[in-house]
Design a protein around this ligand. Sequence first.
Ligand code: GLA
Length: 386
Amino acid sequence: MTVQELQKLFVEVYGHQEDAVYFAPGRVNLIGEHTDYNGGFVFPCALSFGTYLLLRRNGTKDVHFRSVNEPEVLTVALADVTTPLAKGTWANYLMGVMTQFIKRGVEFTEGYDFLIWGNVPLGAGLSSSAALEVVTAYALNDQLGTGYDRTELAKIGQMAEHEFAFVNCGIMDQFASAQGRKDHAIFLNCDTLEFDLVPVVLHGIKVVISNTHSPHKLGDEYNDRVRECHLAVDQLRTVRPGLKNLAELTQAEFDQIKDAITDPIALKRARHVVSEVQRTVDAVDYLRAGDIEAFGKLMNASHVSLRDDYEVTGLYLDTLAEEAWKIDGVIGSRMTGGGFGGCTVSLVKDEAIDEFKEKVGKAYTEKTGLKADFYIAEIGDGAKKI
Ligand code: GLA
């Protein structure tokens, strides 16, 4: 839909024009997976697709939520926005964000009419939910003049996800949606939240996103992984008191003390995290030095580690990545985001893109019975007012 079409729909639904229109993007992570909640590095970019939000102050004590994808307007009294609706209700994301403002001392004196539309494929691991949280936080910050910076808006989105979607996610997705910059990736230290914007200059190469359309969505497994990493830290503290995060350990330090992790699953999870943090640092160095081939090899190694040690890939993502590796013009390919279903991200030479889509698509359908979708990613800006 276009912004004009959304504005027209807003008038049809609410009988008034909107006060303002906002946008926040989805993201794709190039490398640094399942490191964010371990205090490690990530390297995501914002995409050109995302979520649009139109709003108007309505002078009542009710908040109205309407999504283009849902037929009904949901009404929640202002006094009730701090109580989540049934698990999975989409308006929870907006209510979760409003609740974070309230927790920071902001008072809502009147309700809003909201209209939402997004073009991030849902459940594809491209952060449609973070886009919704961040667009809401950005819009309310602008409307209320609360003056939170983009990092704070990302934290607001993350806490909304924890408290209203019950996923104990790291900061990466909301950060990328809030801080993204066109044609740049964000090299983010998730412990300190310091970051660098690194130009993604690819000559004759595209970032290709391949969607598994897998029925297996990321669920409780995510919170299980967070717990397993905490267990590893707890056990390592017996030999390294004061250890805060797995990402504090270099590979050499980890190798010295890893036997303190007696739980075999926690040991595998920790091994992934420690190695992935190093891969991310190295990959960014290679990209800065223009060595894209070396960057691609680390993407492949990241996938292998996520497959074998972190165990968040599965048939769908493994098939897409492993079929991609067989093609000459593929520089690198790996799962991106939380895992299980969702998408892979690949760097593909321009002249190999048709072959990539055809061969990977065909092999994927043969092995899984599903049809994959391919998008050429455009790296866009973070949240903004339109
Ligand atoms: C999901 C979470 C992120 C991050 C990734 C894995 O997208 O929301 O915080 O942990 O998984 O890297």
